[in-house]
Ligand binder design. Structure first.
Ligand code: ARG
Length: 356
């Protein structure tokens, strides 16, 4: 998607004004004139690092589906706009994974590659939903691995990638450069940090052989700042407990482990409550395993408390928080958290993350 010059000018101006005023800087008008000239000459303009960094932070602050926005100012921006070759691109992805996890603590990080309309090159594009994800293989009427990724896995295979056929094979990163054909890159195993799932009271959980990676790195979205589109801008936060436990392991159309948990727990499946009971043990298992590994994870109650603090903090500054209620309410025990009882507008503000 490209913006018209009118949209570009309008959005650029609004962003520059916001950047200068929120940071109490002088010289917005001078900078605006510079940008206007650059757009007239080249059809686009180049952000300073500081503008890009603040723009990425604002994109996070404006992400209506994200419950972790209290920490928007802590985002670390890695400027990869000059990356030109496939080799440099792959190195930049590796650098992102290494930088985002320092001695087991996760730092929210974004790596920004070249924008659309830069004069030198066509931008990189990443086809993965997230940089790290597990393959799914259909075998007759069952699936080995993550059923969500069956189609993508088959696509990777069509490009020449071959997995081990296991439940937790890390898929490659599929990307294109200069609008050429898709190519794949396997991230070295040493850079994929995972947590094996066990349970402090139920020894059998460890024997199920479940594990999950620590870094959710969204890579299917582009970054839109001041009218400029950055199609490849992978960013990560850390996991909220129910994303892994309740959804990835619990969803029937994902790893579907609740029947397995129910069996080991000898639950009466004619009772309407067996899923809740199984979910609780599953959530405990994921939570305590991450804690024991000193890996960053936030439970849904704490995440909602942080979100409500963010709402309050924004209100004090005279800004209204927008949000998408159905995404913000945690899937586990939703109504016991404050966000369930909070009304909000789902209004799109820029900068933001957009479909690349
Ligand atoms: N729910 C997605 C997954 O399980 C990740 C979405 C982003 N999550 C995050 N905590 N930043 O892979």
């Amino acid at each position: 998607m490209r913006l018209s010059e009118e949209e570009l000018l309008r959005e650029a101006k609004a962003f520059i004004n916001q950047y200068y005023s929120e940071n109490e800087l002088d010289g917005a008008y001078r900078r605006w004139q510079e940008i206007e000239d650059e757009i007239a000459l080249t059809g686009s303009y180049t952000h300073t690092f500081e503008e890009l960094d603040y723009g990425a932070k604002l994109a996070w602050r404006n992400s209506n589906r994200c419950i972790g926005r209290l920490f928007w100012k802590t985002l670390k921006t890695i400027d990869a706009r000059e990356v030109a070759t496939a080799e440099e691109f792959e190195q930049a992805l590796e650098h992102h994974l290494a930088a985002a996890e320092q001695r087991t603590k996760i730092r929210s990080t974004i790596t920004v590659f070249a924008p659309l309309g830069s004069t030198r090159k066509e931008p990189f594009r990443i086809k993965n939903y997230t940089l790290l994800m597990y393959a799914g293989y259909r075998e007759g009427d069952r699936v080995i691995g993550d059923p969500k990724n069956v189609d993508f896995t088959r696509y990777c295979e069509s490009l020449g990638w071959k997995g081990r056929g296991g439940d937790f094979d890390v898929l490659p990163v599929v990307y294109s450069v200069d609008e050429g054909p898709d190519q794949w890159y396997q991230i070295p195993e040493a850079l994929v940090s995972e947590v094996e799932i066990s349970h402090p009271e139920h020894a059998w959980v460890a024997e199920l052989g479940l594990k999950w990676y620590k870094l959710p790195v969204i890579s299917f979205m582009g970054l839109r700042v001041g009218g400029v589109l950055y199609p490849a801008a992978p960013f990560n936060g850390w996991y909220m407990l129910d994303e892994i436990a309740t959804r990835n392991f619990g969803d029937e159309q994902r790893y579907n482990t609740l029947p397995l948990f129910a069996e080991h727990l000898k639950l009466d499946r004619s009772s309407p409550f067996w899923k809740e009971k199984a979910l609780l043990v599953l959530n405990e298992a994921v939570y305590y395993s991450f804690e024991a590994a000193h890996a960053t994870i936030v439970d849904h109650h704490k995440a909602v408390d942080q979100f409500m603090k963010f709402v309050e903090q924004e209100q004090v500054l005279g800004r209204e928080v927008t949000g998408e209620w159905s995404w913000l309410v945690p899937p586990t025990a939703g109504s016991t958290t404050a966000v369930f009882h909070t009304e909000m507008k789902d209004e799109l503000k820029f900068p933001n993350f957009v479909g690349a």
